[in-house]
Each structure stands twice: as C-alpha cells, then as structure tokens.
Design a protein around this ligand. Sequence first.
Ligand code: GLU
Length: 639
Amino acid sequence: MLVLASCGNGSDGPAAAPVTCAEIPNGDLIGAESVSAAPTDIATKPEIASGYRSGMKPVVTATYAVATANPLATRAACDVLHDGGTAADALVAAQMVLGLVEPQSSGIGGGAFALYYDAASKTVRAFDGRETAPAAATETYLIRISPTDPAPPVPSARASGRSIGIPGVMRMLGMVHGEYGKHAWRDLFTPAISLADSGFEISQRLSGAIAAAAADLEADVDARDHFLTGEGAAKPAGTNLANPAYAKTLGVLATDGADAMYDGPLAQAIVAEAGTTAGGMTPSLMTVDDLRNYRAIARDPVVTEYRGRQIVAMPGPSSGGIAVASALGILENFDLPSMPPTELDGSTPSAADGGRPNPTAVHLITEAERLAYADRDKYVADPDFVPLPGRGVDTILDPGYLKTRAGLIRPDASLGEAPAGDLGPVPLGSHPGTEYGTSHITVADRYGNVASMTTTIESAFGSFHMVDGFLLNNQLTDFSAEPRDDDGALLANRVSPGKRPRSSMAPTLVMQPGTGGAPAQVIAALGSPGGSVIIQFVVKTLVGMLDWGLNPQQAVSMIDFGSANTPTSNVGGEHPLVDTTDDGAHDPLVRGLRERGEEVSVDEQSSGLSAIMRHEAGWIGGADPRREGAVMGDDAALR
Ligand code: GLU
C-alpha cells in the first residue's frame, strides 16, 4: 500500500488543515471528491482490459493544482506547490519522479514541449526541448548502416543506437526553471532521489509494460537487471523497485545543474551507451559535441480563436498544436454546442464518464480531423529546416481558408482520406504509426502561473538503452525513415543533422480574452500522450469542455474518438459506454458513424489526458481513467 503525506492547503488557508489527497480501495490515488464515488462505482464495474476507472469525479482545489500520470509524481509536485513553489518548480519535481515511477513513458533521456503562462508578465512562451539528430546523421541514417552500406540498422532502427536523439528535456527544464523557478533547483530533486533510494511499488501498468517489452529489455544489461527477474520475467506489480543509479544521476544534476547532462562524465556515459555495438548492435553516431551543442528553444506559441476563446498551442516542430488549431478552426463553422452528449444528467457513472456523444457531432469532428491531419502531414516539420508555406501559421490556420476546408465536409458521407489544401510548394512529409512512450503534466500555482508540458521518450521504454538509471529515447523514429516519397520528392520530415523530428505532442492552454483592455486569463490547460492520436484526444477534450460544458474529468473520461487521415475512425472500445460486441454492431455511436460512411474501429484507445479548468472555487481538474494519474492541490472547501 502506498502511504502518503498530505499535500495541504495553500498559505492563505488555515495551516495544517485537512487535505484533498486520499487513498481509495484499489490503491489508485485520486482526489477527495472521487473518494466518495469510488467504492461503489469502481468496485462493482468489471475491470476492463485497459483499466478504465469508471465514475471518476473531478477534483476541486483552491489556489493550486497539479495533474500527472502517476500519483507519486503528482504528490511530489503538489508538495512543491504547497511549499510556495511555482509551476516551473513543480514541473521539475514531477518530471524527476516520473522518470523513476513511469520510466516507460518519459524521463531525463528524452524530450518535451511546454507552454508556460507567466502571471507577472501576462505572457505565454512555448519551450522546445525536442531531441535533435546527431551532426553525423545522414538522410538514410534510420534505414542504412552508412551511405555505402545499404544494410538496415541491427537489430532494428528503433532498438539500435540510430533512434536515439540528443536528449532535450533537462536543458528545457533548466531554461524554464531559470526563468520562472522560485525554489532552489537542487531541492526539486529531493523527492525523486529519496524515492529512488527507498524504492516504490511497481504498478500494474508498469509491470504490464515491462512484460510486453521483456525481450527487448533483456538485450540491455542495465535494463535487464532493473526491470526483469533473474528468470527474465517482468518484475510483478507490488515489487519494491529502487534505482540507486538514478538517485546518483539525479544527485549530480541537482548539484551541478542541467549542464551536467551535456558535458562531463554523464555526457560521456550517454554517448558510450548510445554508441554500443554489443551483440552486433548498430551504434548511434552521437558525440559529446552533439550534447554540448544542444539548445532548448523558446518559441512563440500558436494562438488562434475558438468560439471567443484563445487556443494557445505548441508550434513546430510539433505538429500537434497546429493540427488541433486547424481542426477547431474548421469546427468553428458548425454548431457543435447544439449537439451535446446525452446521459449527462445527475451523478450516474454515465454522466461522470462523459455521457454518450452525439453521432452527428462525432462525425463532424472526425471529418475536421481528417482535413487537419492532411495539412499537418504535408506541411509540418522542424520549422528551422522546412518553413511552413506562405505566411506560415497565419496561412495554414487562416479562418477563411479553414472555412473552405469545412465546406468539404458532408453530413452523410466520409472523406475517407482527405486531400491536403494547396498552400504552396513545399516538400511532402508523412508519418504513419502509433507511439506510446509519453506523459503529460498540467500545473497551476498560487501565483497564477500555469504550465502544460508533454514529455516523452517516444515508444514505451524508448530505445531500450539504459544508462546511469535512465532510458535513452528512440525519438528519431519520429522522422520519416525514407527521405523521399514514391515519386522521388524529398520529404519535409526527413533526417538532417541537428534537426528535430516532427512531433504530435499538443500541450494546450485556453485563454479568455479580457474585456475593456484587461489581459486575457488562462481558463484551462491540458494535454495527453498518444503519438499521432494526441491530436484527437486533445480536440475531444477541448470540445467537451468548451462546447458541451463538461467538467475536465467528464471531458477526459468521455469516449475517445476521432481519425487521423485514414478511412478508419476510432471509437475507444475500452469505454464502458461503448458496446464492442460484434465489432460494435449494436453500439449507437458506432452505428451512427457507419451510417455516415465511416469505417469504425472499436480498438482500445490509450489516451493519458489531464486537464484543469478555472472554477468558482479555484480550479477543477481531471485525470485520465485509462491510466493511473491523479489530480491534487489545496483544499477548496477550506477557502
Ligand atoms: N513521439 C511522439 C511525438 O512526439 C509522442 C509519443 C507518444 O505520445 O507516445 O509525437
């Protein structure tokens, strides 16, 4: 059982008062409001394969709030906020714990994107900690051992050193903390260091992820020793897992700063691990100079309007923000608010789980996403290498242009595969595939700062290369492996030295413009893992909150639906309101979409959303029932 200290109320409430954090019977940790609903709702529902927690209630907090994909990380960040830390401080504390307790999804060997609203200057900045390709990478780096040796990397592009990008998250966090941190950098590592020393209980999700990757983890000595039993099986849930090597690494980073990752012994260890040729492995061509030269970048966020609100999104090299804004710009032309889900009345599990979405609305959203993905696939790559066409973001997200795109949607038929718009001559880019190694952190502090950060090592357990207690990413597989399309044209998202692979991560803020010259206020923050499907998860949640008045928990819990630009539309079969028998033939939403010409898959969806929103008491937040996340903060009831 996990034993928790409390993350109490803020400085403006009574000291040492009751708390919002609590433990519920199944060992998952969610907020106090959830506790009242949990025993009956969770205990009586059959366990669905993905572990969907039905009936989760939102958590209401007073002045600060944090949501992450793991209760121990949420707790560490919440304690920082309780002690007067900023959202920047909380991001650092949460990331260090996530790298320990959810190592399959993110860590210091990976990259991240963050949006940060700074209450003092009333501005949002976008921070890019995306991995880069080594200076020695050629455009066939992922498919050939060398320009003169056409053999593919061994054992595969992903599991060899070729997939490993120069890690960016530490430089990015160093930058964010340097600008907006209040607590001493080194103190933010303490919770993760003590947990790494004492160990934590392996969760069901982590144990399952280890089991699924056991054969690949076996090939790396450090990964094998850390994650597998002597017999080569996954360490089971409930096992106490310490990570002394990680504690030591964090000690160095705490003392010497983020720079310790980019020069000196740690940098040399990363280069040696990425360059291993053990077992015939094809090595990375990364050098210590690549690490030394790595820069996080502060960029201008993408800002668009949606029904009177500002959507503030991540710019390139993530395609996520642009695609979310594009889909919403198309949807602005339809009356979605008149098509809310049904079964939203009362406090039934159906209402808590987001109700039953209206098939007409889902069809429109899904078609808008097809159109948005078509443009994203064609035009978006690292903007420092391949600029967007025309006037950039203003061209691809121009409301008039998106209105013409909306005109392509038919109420009774599917576009199947939508064409990209003709925005000018740029190379094509394409990136099919699903990824799973990612996490999302959402934070609001007592000073009014708000952060939304998506962090990743790309696929589960990244490249399976482990060094000094952490895993190295396989982010370079987000590049197009082939540099040219079938007609021989160069692809926008091909590998180049120093380039950042296109991402789909979409940390997002929503702002309410002020009246009479007053500055805009952040009213919501959210994001999710899920690879290219992130775009669908984020659009669903935004429409749920902004058009249908769902609270963040309902919007996050609601059925996951949408489509990348393929004939297949997703309706997440893990949700208790989706009837998956006979491939969904009896489910009203699935039938409604099929009647409109969509090919529907009811495969489980693996979002890991978290969202917070302004509330009369302060903040209200939700964590994805499909993962083990938790929202915590100070107690709104004491305000
Ligand atoms: N590597 C992916 C991206 O940057 C994220 C992977 C995931 O969400 O699992 O878009």
